[in-house]
Design a protein around this ligand. Structure first.
Ligand SMILES: Nc1ncnc2c1ncn2[C@@H]1O[C@H](COP(=O)(O)OP(=O)(O)O)[C@@H](O)[C@H]1O
Ligand SMILES: [Mg+2]
Length: 218
């Protein structure tokens, strides 16, 4: 399955989510390959750092400026694609091949607007695959203080955008995400019992429910 992690705005957490998901899948025994289509190369830098530090599992990331839909579709296992608005041509090519688009949205009006524009681009420029591409939005960097209203308001606003599904599992603003990246590691590798790790596990399990079933059977 091809999952493209995308949104227009930088800093929404695309690379962080792509990285944590790639390691999560690999550590569940999945064959996973990543494509880094963003000139910032965050995902490739993280894979490189893991290699230098000999952190296992190793990540297989293609850092390229251009990609063809057929290339993405040729992989048998899980494909994760990290994109950035700085390379719109590659982003559009990847979106055209996506089975689903995972859209991280920080809780703010500006980010809702950016997401709205992003959806316009998808509708205007992307020929959805014949089975229908799922558009899945979720709040990343959600406030940990539940009484702050922006997270709920953002989910509500996202829910009104046509054609997208809002995931119920938020990823909260946890310093662990930032700190673990500088070690080339995920939150669940560095602090397996942390809130961030538990939240990420719930989030990833909901995206890949079949992996939990496999674990339950074994
Ligand atoms: N849920 C989160 N909690 C705390 N920090 C986060 C979270 N998500 C992302 N970050 C941090 O925000 C910064 C930008 O994230 P990044 O994944 O590079 O965004 P993008 O790829 O969309 O530009 C990074 O320092 C990252 O570690
Ligand atoms: Mg990025």
């Amino acid at each position: 399955m091809i999952t493209v992690i995308a949104n227009l705005k930088g800093g929404s957490g695309k690379s962080t989510i792509a990285f944590n998901l790639a390691v999560w899948l690999a550590s569940h025994g999945e064959k996973v390959v990543g494509y880094d289509l963003d000139p910032q190369c965050t995902l490739s830098d993280l894979a490189e750092l893991r290699k230098e530090e000999e952190v296992k599992p190793e990540l297989h990331i293609h850092s390229v400026r251009a990609v063809l839909q057929e290339q993405l579709q040729a992989h048998p296992g899980e494909v994760l694609v990290d994109v950035g608005a700085a390379n719109m041509a590659a982003m559009k090519e990847a979106l055209g091949a996506a089975d689903r688009v995972l859209i991280p949205v920080p809780p703010s009006q500006a980010d809702v607007w950016a997401t709205q524009r992003f959806l316009h681009i998808i509708k205007r420029d992307i020929k959805a695959n014949p089975n229908g591409t799922e558009l899945l939005a979720f709040v990343n960097r959600a406030d940990t203080n539940e009484s702050i209203p922006e997270t709920g308001e953002t989910e509500e606003a996202l829910g009104m955008l046509p054609g997208i599904q809002v995931l119920p599992n938020r990823i909260k603003l946890r310093t662990g995400f930032r700190r673990s990246l500088s070690e080339g590691q995920t939150v669940f590798e560095m602090w397996p019992n942390s809130k961030a790790a538990k939240e990420f596990h719930v989030f990833a399990s909901a995206l890949y429910p079949e992996l939990n079933r496999i674990r339950a059977v074994n």
